[in-house]
Design a protein around this ligand. Structure first.
Ligand code: DPP
Ligand code: ZN
Length: 873
């Protein structure tokens, strides 16, 4: 495949002002008539032909200003339409007719049918599967779309913008016209048509605009959309309060679709969602599902300003909208729920998803400079690390400076297709800050290391900081960057000590050290006692911290740090280091009793909210331990080390855990998905796991499973049974009951597939083989494919990485099959192999062989080939 490079960017030669579409939907095909009102761009070469993008298109008819074009003037290939001899500077109207087969579109890009419902996905390059078009984000136009379909098959007809005319037609057909007055790039085009139920509500914006809100679902499911609707209204109000952003159309529609590659899509005025991020009920959805719906609803809504009103100039700038919008949805959740709990969850996700990407063969900068397939760059680096960069900007500039920069960005670039340079310039202009060095974060790939050493004497604390960045797979620069390091000096009484820094090499503002050189030192004087240094509070920069700090100090911070994040980090560092060492030494030594005691005390600390306690006592997962080991990983040793740690904590804590768990129960209270109820369930279920491990028998978990009145508790108990007591009659019975109770509910059945695929027992390989022949298994539905293949390959370290390579081969075979239907989802799942080189030699060879066999298939998609080539290189 050809590489697309940022340095090759050229402005469009033709601009499109307005697009009219007439789309007639029929069983088996769709007829699309598109009229593009365009003209040559100012200063463009008058001899340059018009080249439109296509993807597997066949042209039915082509006319210029109402007259068919002489076939000698154009070439229509499936992937490109070239028209010569167009007017030098006059506007023209080009009418293009195409014919599509939505029913055979298994890639789920462009126009397709899911469970009978017509829908579209155009980001990044799906619009070119509907019509020939300059399918690039810097070509913005208004749209008028007329949809026509059989009334019975599609009583609901939706597109972007505001509804205009509608009416009946002959033969049981009807039509609806939608007008989108806001110029938008083609990737934000959408249509939905089908038999749908709807939940309606309304919102009045700060300036008084009445907005009709609707969430559409498959028939019979609209009552599961109430939480999504509530989250939407809260998102709209929050964006007004926090960023002064109001909604700008008369309607806002959300549609839940069963077959969807992504989580959701921010099409202007018509967000299309994977139904997993809309549909909820206490009996079918976990607290994590509720939090996920809230996040994704907010994320897509926030894109209306950061993404739609201001879009990206080209796909290299993807983080301009994604990193910023993730930052905004994280802030929303922090405000709506609990800030520290949210921050810990985000950092945990960053380390689990982005760090391995940044430290392996799929490494790329937050703003990549080249790609072969843009679908493969919707990554944790662009999204999650991109959000961290925006967060650092807020830390560096302070709340008022950050807000001033955002206000200027909205004012200056509304209606633009912008770049990262445009974005940063707004913050520089609004605050006077020089952000040239900060901009390196967008271009230099990899996780910087931050080494910290401290020494104390005569009331003086000297802190030495050193940053370094290794060259990785991306081969980008390694210059020192601007790292904001939030810190605190914690006294013996658990309060922060206010200490004056002595003038040094690094600048300190409030509680932030600005490290801008490779090395720097800061000195605090006049200290009556030696403080404990709490570094990188709230994870103020996405770096690996190597702080030479005694275990005593870490244990003290785990107990005392007034910053909740600091307490969590102290514990998770101690646990991570203990588990890493045990896995490397392949021993099953019990944990340091002082660490165990600290964990048990945290679990019982009444003044800490339960959600935070649950996070603090979580034992790092096997993939996290593997990442900490880093090289020559033996997943069996990782598994044993983790099990030994769980037993240490469980035995020492059993009695107090029991008391805390009993104290949490609120029997008789109706289910509520709010954050504090969810936190109590999280802690209760974490404790149930330890209690079951201590008892070494499944009775209590089985009782919890049987008596559960919500999916969070049911799922937690079932996981304990299946994962800790595989093959027991209790585990078998729970899995069977779960299956039989929820077989008809696809989102719950997905949980069942994942639950079984993630059992850390060698026999699971036979189970996943059998599950791939289950009557309800299909590769055509991305959620189902992810539940089984993704669940196994990313959620079952021990069996995926089996020494005999069978886990790798089974996964690679499934990816080969899936690639023929849905390359985008296959490529995404293939990233499960990204850390293969960090395993021990035997597994490395097995993984290489499995990947090479898959890569040798002649018919691979560009998506999967790109991931495999980079993974193997
Ligand atoms: N739909 C994806 C998202 O919102 C891509 N824009 O992140
Ligand atoms: Zn997004």
């Amino acid at each position: 495949g050809q590489k697309i490079r940022l340095s090759d960017y050229r402005p469009p030669a033709f601009l499109v002002r307005h697009v009219e579409m007439r789309i007639a939907l029929h069983d088996g095909h769709a007829a699309v008539e598109t009229t593009i009102h365009a003209r040559r761009a100012e200063g463009a070469d008058p001899a340059e032909p018009l080249v439109l993008d296509g993807d597997h298109l066949s042209l039915v008819a082509l006319a210029l200003d109402g007259t068919a074009i002489d076939p000698r003037r154009f070439d229509a290939a499936p992937d490109r339409l070239t028209i010569r001899d167009l007017p030098g500077s006059d506007a023209f109207a080009l009418r293009i007719e195409t014919r599509l087969e939505p029913e055979t579109n298994t890639e789920l890009m462009g126009l397709y049918r899911s469970n009978g419902i017509w829908c579209t996905q155009c980001e990044a390059e799906g619009f070119r599967r509907i019509t020939y078009f300059p399918d690039r984000p810097d070509v913005l136009a208004t749209y008028r779309v007329r949809l026509e379909a059989d009334h019975e098959a599609a009583p609901v007809l939706l597109s972007n913008g505001n509804p205009s005319e509608s009416g009946d037609l002959d033969g049981g057909r009807h039509f609806a016209v939608w007008d989108d007055p806001h110029p938008k790039p083609s990737y934000l085009f959408a249509l939905v048509a089908g038999r749908l139920d709807v939940l309606r509500d309304g919102f009045r914006t700060a300036s008084g605009r009445a907005v009709d809100l609707a969430v559409y679902t498959e028939p019979g499911l609209a009552d599961r959309a109430t939480y999504a609707m509530d989250a939407l209204k809260r998102s709209m109000a929050w964006d007004e309060r926090r960023f002064g952003r109001e909604y700008d159309l008369d309607v806002f529609n959300v549609v839940a679709i069963s077959d969807f590659n992504m989580g959701a899509m921010e099409n202007k005025g018509l967000n299309v969602f994977n139904h997993k991020y809309v549909l909820l009920a206490p009996d079918t959805a976990t607290d994590a599902d509720y939090a996920g719906v809230e996040t994704v609803i907010a994320h897509e809504y926030f894109h209306n300003w950061t993404g739609n009103r201001i879009t990206c100039r080209d796909w290299f700038q993807l983080c301009l909208k994604e990193g910023l919008t993730v930052y905004r949805d994280q802030e929303f959740s922090a405000d709506e729920r609990a800030r520290t709990v949210k921050r810990i969850a985000s950092v945990h996700g960053l380390k689990a998803q982005q760090f391995p990407e940044d430290q392996g063969p799929l490494q790329h900068p937050v703003r990549p400079t080249q790609y072969r397939e843009i679908n493969n760059f919707y990554t944790a680096t662009v999204y999650e690390k991109g959000a961290e960069l925006v967060r650092m900007l807020a830390t560096i500039l302070g709340e008022a400076g950050f807000r001033a920069g955002m206000d200027l960005y909205f004012a200056r670039h509304d209606g633009d297709a912008a770049t990262i340079e445009d974005f940063l310039r707004c913050f520089a202009d609004a605050t006077g800050a020089d952000l040239a060095q900060f901009a390196l974060w967008y271009d230099q790939a990899g996780t910087p290391e931050l080494e910290v050493q401290e020494s104390f004497g005569d009331g003086r604390l000297t802190v030495s900081l050193r940053q370094s960045l290794a060259k990785g797979a991306a081969g980008t620069g390694t210059e020192p960057m601007h790292i904001p390091v939030r810190f605190g000096l914690v006294g013996a009484d658990g309060a922060d000590i206010a200490a004056e820094p002595v003038a040094g090499a690094a600048e300190i503002e409030g509680d932030v050290i600005h490290l801008v050189t490779a090395e720097a030192e800061v000195v605090f004087d006049g200290l009556a006692e030696r403080p404990r240094l709490s570094m990188l509070r709230d994870f103020s920069a996405p770096v690996t911290l190597r702080h030479e700090q005694s275990r005593e100090d870490k244990l003290a911070l785990a107990r005392l740090d007034p910053n909740g994040f600091g307490r969590w980090r102290a514990l998770s560092d101690l646990l991570g280091e203990a588990l890493r060492a045990a896995a490397v030494a392949a021993d099953e030594a019990p944990l340091d009793p002082r660490l165990v005691e600290a964990l048990v005390e945290c679990a019982a600390e009444e003044r800490l909210e339960p959600a935070l306690r649950a996070q603090m006592i979580a034992i790092p997962g096997e993939s996290e331990i593997a990442r900490l080991v880093g090289a020559n990983v033996d997943p069996e040793a990782v598994h044993r080390a983790r099990e030994a740690a769980i037993r240490s904590v469980a035995r020492a804590g059993a009695e107090r855990f029991r008391a805390v768990r009993d104290g949490l129960s609120r029997s008789g209270e109706p289910f509520s998905p709010d954050a504090s109820s969810a936190g109590r369930r999280a802690l209760g279920n974490a404790l149930l796991m330890f209690l079951s491990a201590a008892a070494a028998e499944p009775a209590e978990a089985f009782a919890a499973f049987r008596d559960a009145d919500n999916m969070t508790d049911r799922m937690a108990a079932a996981t304990i049974l299946a994962h800790r007591f595989p093959g027991s009659s209790e585990a078998e019975e729970a899995l069977d009951r779960f299956h039989d109770a929820f077989e008809a509910d696809p989102l719950v059945l997905d949980k069942w597939f994942t639950l079984r695929a993630t059992v850390p027992d060698p026999a699971t390989l036979d189970v996943v083989r059998e599950l791939s022949r289950h009557p309800k298994f299909t590769l055509a539905n991305p959620n189902r494919a992810r539940a089984l293949i993704g669940g196994f390959a990313t959620g079952n370290q021990r069996v995926f990485h089996r020494a005999d390579g069978e886990g790798y081969r089974w996964t690679a075979d499934r990816l080969g099959e899936l690639d023929r239907l849905n390359p985008q989802t296959a490529a995404r799942l293939a990233t499960a192999f990204r850390s293969w080189r960090s395993y021990e030699a035997g597994r490395r060879e097995q993984a290489r062989a499995a990947l090479s066999t898959l890569a040798a298939r002649p018919d691979l998609s560009r998506d999967l080939r790109d991931i495999l080539d980079r993974t193997l290189s």
